[in-house]
Design a protein around this ligand. Structure first.
Ligand SMILES: [Fe+2]
Length: 341
């Protein structure tokens, strides 16, 4: 089965897309290359998480990422824009090599040292350690977990108004890049949902209501940043405002942008009405029809676009023996004039 899964069918897209191919993209502009999706058979899904998304989780053969050049980076960026989540198998990157790869995709985003439980990667400020062991090799225990709720990385960054057609670059448009070096024996999938699909299938009443509202995101209210230092909080805007109905930074396709369940929603009759709308939108967006759960294998590199997906880390066997060792970096999405092929 794996041979079949790893097979990458790169289809020349010189011919126009069929109606079905267009529908699968949910408003994303067509990619330069159509890609297959990374999928498991349904038997596997009875014991593990899969999800039924049409678009997310495209499988891309990018060669050895240590040898990637600007053209290869453009190809990856184009695939991530069109498919939201792209899976690249069989890599073995050092932290420095991951930073170099990240820089090819876009401007790297450095982390605040005190966020995510104060576990910075030594000498690599752009790398987040997503692991159950501290850098000194001791087990973090069972309660040390982050990202275990649906969210978009970077929603606390500012976005000028209007987001689309702005001359300055909105900072919340960012890619996340995760490289798995060691995987737990069971569980630990990363779930994604498709916010282009959620927007394309939103009912008219909810669409009308969402058009009036915006999320207000503060870095101080992000669950994973609790306990952060004041000097780190001070580096970010007090409040970032994002309309619930947005357009993609590069191809202007329609998106639903909700941030996370912790956001305040302004623009409706009361804060409570805003919260109720957010909960309805989250329930819609996280339907199994829009979910893709990535089951990790060592060597995987997954690149996703936070502006058009939510993600969540799922529980895994964590008894102090098996190591989960993933590394995350982030890059800002390149402005349209550069990113368009
Ligand atoms: Fe995250």
């Amino acid at each position: 089965m794996m041979d079949n899964l790893l097979r990458v069918v790169a289809l020349a897209s010189l011919a126009p897309l069929s109606a079905a191919e267009k529908a699968d993209l949910y408003g994303a502009a067509a990619p330069a290359t159509l890609l297959p999706r990374h999928r498991r058979d349904w038997d596997y899904c009875t014991a593990n998480l899969c999800g039924g998304a049409e678009r997310l989780g495209a499988l891309l053969d990018a060669g050895d990422l240590r040898e990637l050049g600007p053209e290869g980076a453009d190809r990856i960026n184009d695939a991530v824009r069109a498919y939201g989540v792209v899976v690249i198998k069989g890599q073995n990157l050092t932290r420095a090599e991951q930073v170099k790869f990240t820089r090819l995709l876009g401007e790297p985003v450095a982390l605040a040292k005190s966020f995510y439980g104060k576990d910075p990667e030594p000498n690599q400020p752009s790398i987040l350690r997503v692991t159950n062991f501290w850098a000194n090799g001791t087990w973090k225990g069972t309660s040390h977990k982050f990202g275990d709720y649906w969210h978009q990385d970077g929603q606390f960054w500012d976005a000028p108004k209007p987001v689309w057609k702005s001359t300055s670059e909105p900072k919340h448009n960012m890619l996340s890049i995760v490289h798995a070096q060691q995987v737990p024996p069971r569980g630990g999938e990363t779930g994604f949902v498709d916010m282009r699909a959620a927007r394309a299938t939103l009912s008219a009443p909810l669409l009308k209501r969402a058009a009036k509202a915006a999320i207000h995101a503060s870095v101080r209210e992000i669950k994973d940043f609790r306990g952060g230092d004041e000097e780190d909080f001070a580096m970010f805007p007090k409040v970032a405002v994002h309309p619930l109905l947005a357009n993609h930074y590069v191809d202007s396709g329609p998106l639903l942008y909700v941030g996370s369940p912790h956001m305040k929603v302004h623009g409706l009759e009361t804060p409570e009405a805003g919260k109720r709308l957010l909960n309805m939108l989250l329930a819609h967006a996280t339907s199994p029809a829009f979910q893709y759960f990535h089951a990790w294998e060592a060597g995987d590199v997954v690149v996703w676009d936070n502006s058009q997906t939510l993600h969540q880390s799922m529980p895994y066997d964590n008894d102090g023996h098996a190591r989960r060792e993933y590394y995350r970096s982030q890059a800002r999405i390149r402005p349209p004039a550069v990113a368009e092929l």
